[in-house]
Design a protein around this ligand. Sequence first.
Ligand SMILES: [Zn+2]
Length: 408
Amino acid sequence: MRVAWTRDDDVWRLDFRLDADDDLAGTVTDGQRVRLATNSCRLRLPYPVDDVHPDLLALAAWTVVAPYTRSRIVFDRPVSAGLAAALEEGWPVQAGPVGGSPRSGARLAISYSGGADSAAVASILPDAPFVHFQRISHPRVPNRWTHYRADILAKLAAQTGRELTVVRSDLEFTLAEPRPGYPEHHAVAAGAALMADELDLAGIAFGYEMGSRWLGGGRYVHRYTPDNPMWSADGRWGRLFAAAGLRVVLPVGGISEATTMRLALGSGLRRQVRWCLRGGDGGACGTCGKCLYKELIQAAVERRPLSTTITADRPVAAKWQQPPPYGGQEMIEYGCARVPGIETTPFARAAEHLRATEESTRWLDHCYRPALDEIPDPWRKQIADFMAEEVGFMTEDEARRVESWGQQ
Ligand SMILES: [Zn+2]
């Protein structure tokens, strides 16, 4: 794989060319199969930036081309030895040319999507600036995803009143299959990487919560995953970001989606929180699968009946009519144990299968301490203090629920 960046005013354009042994079909770090649609993409920065450190350009490019690269990555400007080493240790590739010096920064920014998890991060780090990724269409790929309201999400991010950098990009359209999306999940931070010198960044905080970090996440295997290659501090991506002077920080890595929901709805950002990608100015759509799943969690947190027009026979509710395992199953258990009248909702059959109780799901109200050990030094204390004050830590028994997840 060969990559090249060119700049035109506020737009940085990435072009890449596959080597003979590269493949249009690829596999993402989480195991998802993807297929390439086109070999260029753009990142539109909020203002023209002349110079971006080569390690940051290389990091951003790698989040786009990694799935298709088999044995070699050639950048258009020399990267630091540390960055090349992180690539070569994390993937079976040769990386170069090598020759630059490493970079560093001082501040922590939040990769802010506007969902409950990133709003919870924002409440933990009230002074951290936001970097928001906004999807825009690609000039060479038809947009069949016009229902995805990236404009609304960017508007809501602006309404938070926080220091905000919006980077607009069509990089998701480099994916033909399964659908437009981040080539690697880390591509959400490609814009933050390009702005990292401007913003003097030393780290990026993501809203990946305990399910994504420790319980196998929604998309991949449903089990305890201390060595998660996506989000563990010493996994391949954690080391690559660190080599580019940008530490990955997961402030909510030790708490569940129920707890991030509670924190987000209890924060000053409550009115801007939006997990639905389809809703317009009037609010969430209320009819998509994400709305149904999040409504279960919100109803559980608020200890009220489910409020939805979705019935069990709708396609978006189909998976809950099947036996487990489910993606995000810990949250289905939590919701089924706490929502009054669950037997009259689309989750009735799941509830019968899971037989969860408040007692069996109480661990999801507390913080899993090992998640704090992964947070880099300059930011660990602030986050640990918040968890002690606002959440509380798991008992040993509760921590064992995390560590035996998927094995019962
Ligand atoms: Zn929705």
